[in-house]
Design a protein around this ligand. Sequence first.
Ligand code: C5P
Ligand code: C5P
Length: 473
Amino acid sequence: MTKSLDESLSYFKDKISDCIKSKKSISVTTHIDCDGLTSGSIITKALIRAGANCTVRTSKEFSKNVVESFKTDSRDFHIVTDLGGGFASELDSTLGDNWIVLDHHQIPDKEMDNQNVINAWKYGMDGGVEICAGGMAYLASMSLDEKNSDLSAIAIVSALGDRQDQGERKSFTGKNFEIANTAKEQGLVDIDLDLLLVGRETRPLPDALAFTSQPFIEGLTWNRDACLSLLNSSGIKLKDGGRWRVPAELNEEEKRQVIESISKFTAGKNATEIMSELIGYTYTFPREDNRSFLRDGREFSTMLNSCGRINRSGVGMAICMGDRNKILREGETILTDYRKMIREYMSILSNERWRISESETCIMVNGEDIVPETMTGTISSLIAGSPKNSGKIVILRTKGEENTIKFSSRKSFGCNSDINLSEIMRTGAEKFDGIGGGHNAAAGAKITKDKLDEFLNYLEVNVVNMSSPTSSK
Ligand code: C5P
Ligand code: C5P
C-alpha cells in the first residue's frame, strides 16, 4: 500500500535516525542542475546538523552504472535526490533497504508502492509545477528537525531553477507556495510584484532589458543599443556616480516611467501580452548583499545551473550550504562564462540553418559538435523560449560521452499538444536500450549512437507526425 506523505517522511526520519545511532555513513547523490544542487545541499545540510556522517556527490544522470558504483562504495546508506526515477528495482537488489530517493520526476506505476521512493507524484502533488526535488528535500529535512525551516529559502531557488513559477504572474502554486510563505514569514525572502528583468541585481539597466527574452520584445530583446536609447528617452537616471544602475535599484516612479516607455514602444504589437508578462513576482533574499547575484532568486538559480553545466558543481553546493567569501567570486566568474557560452551556441545554431528541421508542430535541432552535453537542456529551453517557436515542441540532440547521443525536448509557450514528453522519451529510449524520462513538458533521453536512426524514426512517428498544436486537451 502506498504510504501517505506524512508516513513517508516519518519513515525517512526513522531511517536517518537509525543511521546516526548505528554510526552508518550516508552518501548523497544528486543531479548537476539547479534543482539537483539545491536539493543535495538542503538534505546534506540537514544531515550534518543532525550529526550524521555524510558525503555528497553529483552525477550528470542516473543509470545502471551509477547503481553499480554504489555496490563498491564504502558508504552504508544512499540518498538520491532529483534523480533515480525508474531504478527502484535495481536499487533494491543492489542496496537492499539501504536507500531513499527524494524526487519529483514522473515515475513508472510499479514504483508507486516502493516505500524507499519518496516522490511528489505518489502523494497527489504535481512534480512538474507544485514541488521539485529541492522542495521534497526540504520536507524531508523538516521531518528531521523543524529548525531546518531556514532551508526554505534554498527550496525557493530550486523551484525557480526548474521554472515552477507558473502560476498567475509567475507565482508559485501547491507546496512551493507554502514553502515560499514559510520563508517569507521568517524574513528570509521578500516576494514582490515587480518588473521581471533578467539580472535584477547585477546587470546594467540596458543589458538587463536586452537580455530579457521572456517576454520577447521585437526590436528590444538582444538589441542593447535600442534598449539604451529607449531607457534614455524614458527620462530615468541610468548611471549613479559613474556606475550603471541595475533594475533592482529603480524606485516606483522610475519603474512606471520604464513601463510607460516600453508600452509606447510596443503599441500595436501585442502590447497587452508583453506588458502582462513583464510584471510578475520577484523573490529577493534581503540578507544577501545589494547587487549580489545571490540576492535575486532567479539569478541565484541561473548561477547554480551554470555551475553544474560547466562542471563546477562544488562551487554551487558550497554557496547553497552557506559558504561565502572567496567562493562568491568564483560563482560570479562561472556565471559570466556561462552566459557567454550560451550566446555563442545560440548564435552558431541560428547561423547554421541546415542543422534545424522544422514542421508545423515540431522543431528538431542538431547540436552535435556545437553544444556540449551538459548544456543540452539549457539550450533546448532557450530555443523553446524564442517566440518564433511558440506553440511547437523543440527537440535538441547533442553528443554525449562514450558514443552516446543526448536528446532534450521541451514544449514551448502556447504548445497544447497532448503528447507527454516524459512518456515519449522514456518509452522510446527503453525501446532502443537507452534511458529517458522527465516531465510532461520537459524531458530528455540518452541512446547509443548506433541507435540514432531508429530513434529519430521513432520521434518522427510519435512526435513530429503526431503533435498537432490545435489538438485540445
Ligand atoms: O531536472 P528536471 O530536472 O526536473 O529539470 C527540468 C528542466 O526543464 C529544467 O531545466 C527547467 O528549466 C526545464 N523546464 C522548462 N520548461 C518548463 C518546465 C521545465 O524548460 N515548462
Ligand atoms: O536534460 P534535460 O534538461 O532536457 O531534461 C529534462 C528533464 O528530463 C529533467 O527533469 C531531467 O532530469 C529529465 N531526464 C530524465 N532522464 C533522462 C534525461 C532527462 O529523467 N535520461
